[in-house]
Ligand binder design. Structure first.
Ligand code: TRP
Ligand code: ZN
Length: 882
């Protein structure tokens, strides 16, 4: 049996407050080459009512204690016990405040885990969420311990002219030996995971901002030398985020400065440290030559997300890590709403739903399933998941759908009012909406605790003689891996009855409780709703805007679906219904043996796709979405069992060729119409036009087998979006041809010095749809630009290969699994958070056909048998095998 019993399981039910209250933190951080000395002074007090004999137990992680004093005096040796993981002190006062001075020493240069204090290209920086602060000093390192911090940083003036921490700057000065210091004061109570410090030789751009109430704030973005011009768009996105949060939620910024630092080596996207956000530089640095439209959208989203955390996460934080969705789900909801308001709401919703289905649905339908609010964990870093973030956002969105815009805003206002300064829970959050609106949300709240994707079954029965439509709704939730409940939940179902004229009928139900305007509130296992006097049989458009994160099982005729794909006034549903139709056809074809030879898509379906793509009354970005076929992983998920990735790939390829051939004239026109000469602009309309032209290019190549148009586009491309689209067509569709090889080499030569672009160069090769990609990635792993220490590079090559190259990762001989497993072991020695993340790409192994399933599980079992893998990786492997 695999060992999964490493470390201990933390349980929500075991929560209790600390025995000691923390009043303040003062730190002095002295930075040297090869060493950092940390002096921390904590002002503590035993909590009223706590056990008078309880010791103070502080968390550590790989720490070295170099000094300890209680009220200024070193304690007797038998009063404390120190290990790298823990500092325990006994006989502490029961009736008064006391101070504890703790000194530690670190080697940031050796910190390859990128948690705690580390160096990235010479820059000293920190990452403390979730449990990184304990790698800097011994501490009550949990989110419900809040305090104001004063931080003094000392460093060599040449190595680190810039010294930053949380809060406002208060003092700077000169020290002997060409050293200097800066003092930062953060008056807002915060937990340790929001602590941050940066020191280095950085460039910056800055701009003033005046809040709605007239407070002036200095905004700045710091980058590596010579790159600050690439932060302009990020600064612009920051200002738009600040204005939006004032208008939409009445939330203003609260410090005198807001600083962002862009770092090359970073475990995730970015971090919302109070007043000092630290970003993976991928989400800050951009220009048209090196970044795609997708990169621009990513920067806008992540900048907004981290800024919005200032209220949802920082001013109101989480009581414990089980409540992670309280800040993450809510903040993703807020950044999605921001993007919807800044761009096209429909297209934004389509891309959020695509993301949910691509990442969260497979997680919720496999062994890594967990509720949005888990009740136990071994390694909290493994719970920064699509379920917590994206399904968490869907749950907030359902609250908004149930309460309406105004009711939702009232609840949010009460939440900010009541809980400002608190470490709160999901229950606190939901109570605010109930109190503010009088609505009962108990059935909605169940969503936080019950794992799995519910199935929503919809039936319709039209009695022509009586002109009566009866719609049945039924919800089912399978008991899943997480062992949580299956009680019926509140599912808000936005719907419309579409007439043959393409307009919604304004029909109130004659029977059926729980219908409010355009929303059916399903709160029991089943319900039915009856409509009369419709004048004709309407087309039933359900789950508009994806009003609940469910699997829809609606036995709707193909004719009705095709009509809605054309007529539905709800544009999201036009896309959704068409996408479901295509997905169902591709899934069905993938089940047939020798499926690739038959046409997977009926000509009516292809015409529906082409109809949307060619409809000039629709925005270009929407038309491009209509052209994007479901991906291989999406079809694999819908197959659910006995998946043969080769067959799925062949089916999608055939479909792509068929669409390309039938639409050849349209695609030639759409591609020719592209505006390659106009100056680049990242606005939504231009982005949509590029997406449409590039989708057309892909279909043209699939249909004609001619690399010519892609070659030409590559050569004349005036921006990275068009260049990368052309390169992708060349490399994926015409591998090993002179056209492809020379473009790939040209790309490398042009961008050799820019790591973020080299990541694209690695990723494009890692996703070559060929079994040979295993040898290709193996070769690239020895390329001088590859590094196991940089998470972006690891994700670009190893992560992308495993997540996005179904054909090669799942190669029938198991070579793809073995190559990834070997890399996992190497990555794990350096950075367990990254190895654990990459390992999740194995999660759907059970749905594979038997031969691959055996190979994948054998690989996982061999990995988990290794004695010295990290607890992070072991947790993922153990749960994947359960
Ligand atoms: N709180 C961050 C966000 O979502 C994400 C985060 C959690 C993170 N842990 C991290 C980022 C570790 C970097 C490293 O905005
Ligand atoms: Zn977040």
């Amino acid at each position: 049996m695999p060992r999964t019993d490493d470390g201990q399981t933390i349980k929500l039910a075991d929560y209790r407050a600390t025995d000691f209250v923390l009043h303040s933190v003062a730190m002095t951080i002295r930075l040297f080459e090869g060493r950092a000395d940390i002096d921390t002074t904590l002002e503590l007090e035993r909590r009223k009512g706590a056990d008078a004999a309880a010791p103070l137990v502080l968390d550590g992680d790989e720490l070295t204690l170099t000094g300890l004093a209680l009220d200024g005096t070193p304690p007797e040796g038998d009063r404390y016990k120190a290990s790298p993981e823990r500092l325990e002190i006994t006989d502490l006062p029961s009736d008064r405040r006391f101070t504890l001075d703790v000194a530690t020493t670190l080697v940031p240069e050796n910190n390859t885990k990128l948690m705690g204090l580390y160096r990235s290209n010479g820059i000293w920086c920190t990452q403390c969420e979730a449990e990184g602060f304990r790698r800097i000093t011994y501490f009550l390192d949990r989110p419900d311990v809040l305090a104001p911090y004063t931080v003094r940083i000392e460093a060599d003036r040449g190595a680190a002219p810039i010294l930053l921490s949380n809060g406002n700057p208060t003092e700077t000065g000169t020290l002997p030996d060409n050293r200097h210091f800066a003092v930062w004061d953060d008056p807002f109570n915060k937990p340790s995971y929001l602590f941050a410090m940066v020191a280095g030789d950085l460039d910056l751009i800055h701009e003033p901002f005046t809040t709605a109430s007239g407070k002036s704030v200095s905004l700045a973005i710091y980058t590596e030398k010579g790159r600050s011009a690439q932060a302009r768009y990020a600064l612009n996105a920051l200002k738009r985020s600040m204005v939006w949060d004032e208008r939409r939620f009445g939330r203003e910024y609260d410090l005198d400065v807001f600083n962002i630092v862009a770092i090359a080596d970073f475990n995730m996207g970015a971090m919302e440290n109070k007043g000092l956000n630290i970003f993976n530089h991928k989400y800050v640095l951009l220009d048209p030559e090196t970044a795609t439209d997708t990169d621009y959208a990513g920067v806008e989203t992540v900048i907004a997300h981290e800024y919005f955390h200032n209220w949802t996460g920082n001013r109101i934080t989480c009581r414990d890590w089980f409540q992670l969705c309280l800040k993450e789900g809510l903040t993703v909801y807020r950044d999605q709403e921001f993007s919807a308001d800044e761009r096209s709401a429909t297209v934004q919703r389509i891309s959020s739903v695509r993301r949910l289905k691509a990442h969260q649905f497979p997680e919720d339908q496999g062994p890594l399933q967990h509720p949005v609010r888990p009740t136990e964990y071994r390694e909290i870093n493994n719970f920064y998941t699509a379920t917590v973030y994206d399904k968490g956002a869907e749950l907030v969105r359902m609250i908004e759908t149930i309460l309406g815009r105004e009711g939702f805003r009232k609840g949010m206002d009460l939440y900010f009012d009541r809980h400002d300064g608190d470490a709160a829970t999901v229950e606190d959050f939901i109570a605010c909406f109930e109190v503010a609106t009088g609505e009962d949300l108990s059935r909605l709240a169940l969503w936080y605790g019950q794992a799995g994707t519910p199935t929503l079954t919809v039936t319709e029965d039209y009695d022509a003689a009586a002109d009566r439509l009866t719609v049945g709704f039924k919800q089912t939730l399978q008991p899943g891996a997480a062992g949580t409940g299956t009680t019926p939940m509140h599912i808000p179902i936005r719907f419309g009855l579409v007439g043959s004229n393409g307009q919604d009928k304004d029909a109130a139900p004659v029977q059926g409780a729980g219908v409010e305007g355009a929303v059916v509130h399903l709160t029991e296992a089943e319900a039915s709703v009856v409509f009369e006097n419709l004048g004709e049989r309407p087309y039933l458009s359900v789950l508009r805007d994806f009003s609940a994160p469910v699997t829809l099982d609606h036995a709707q005729s193909e004719a009705d679906r095709l009509a809605l794909a054309r007529l539905d006034p709800n544009l999201f549903n036009r896309w959704r219904i068409l996408n479901d139709l295509v997905g169902a056809a591709l899934t069905k074809a993938s089940r047939r043996p020798s499926s690739a030879t038959q046409a997977p898509l009926a000509s009516e379906i292809i015409d529906a796709i082409l109809g949307s793509a060619g409809d000039e009354s629709l925005e270009a970005a929407f038309r491009a979405q209509a052209l994007a076929l479901p991906g291989e992983a999406e079809i694999a998920r819908m197959l659910a069992e006995n998946v043969d990735p080769d067959a799925v790939h062949a089916v999608i390829e055939t479909a792509r060729g068929d669409v390309g051939k039938r639409g050849a004239a349209l695609f030639a026109r759409l591609h020719a119409d592209r505006e390659s000469s106009v100056e680049f602009s990242p606005d939504a309309e231009s982005v949509g036009k590029r997406a449409l032209a590039n989708a057309a290019l892909g279909y043209l190549a699939a249909a004609t087998g001619d690399p010519g148009p892609a070659e030409e586009q590559y050569t004349i491309a005036g921006n990275m979006t068009d260049r990368l689209a052309a390169l992708t067509v060349l490399v994926h569709r015409f591998p090993d041809t002179p056209a492809s090889t020379s473009a790939l080499n040209d790309f490398y030569d042009r961008f050799e010095r820019d790591g973020l672009v080299i990541d694209k160069w690695f990723a494009i090769q890692a996703t070559i749809p060929s079994p040979k990609a295993v040898e290709i990635v193996a070769g690239l792993a020895t390329h001088p630009k590859f590094s196991l220490k940089n998470p972006n590079r690891v994700r670009a090559l190893v992560g992308t290969f495993a997540a996005a190259n179904q054909l090669a990762f799942h190669r029938a001989d198991g070579a793809g699994y073995r190559w990834v497993a070997e890399r996992l072991v190497e990555i794990d020695r350096l950075n367990p958070q990254v190895s654990a993340r990459v390992a999740t790409t194995f999660r759907s192994w059970r749905s594979l056909e038997p031969a691959r399933r055996d190979k994948a599980s054998a690989t996982l079992r061999q990995l988990i048998e290794l004695k010295d893998i990290s607890a992070d990786l072991r947790d993922i492997l153990g749960r994947s095998l359960r």
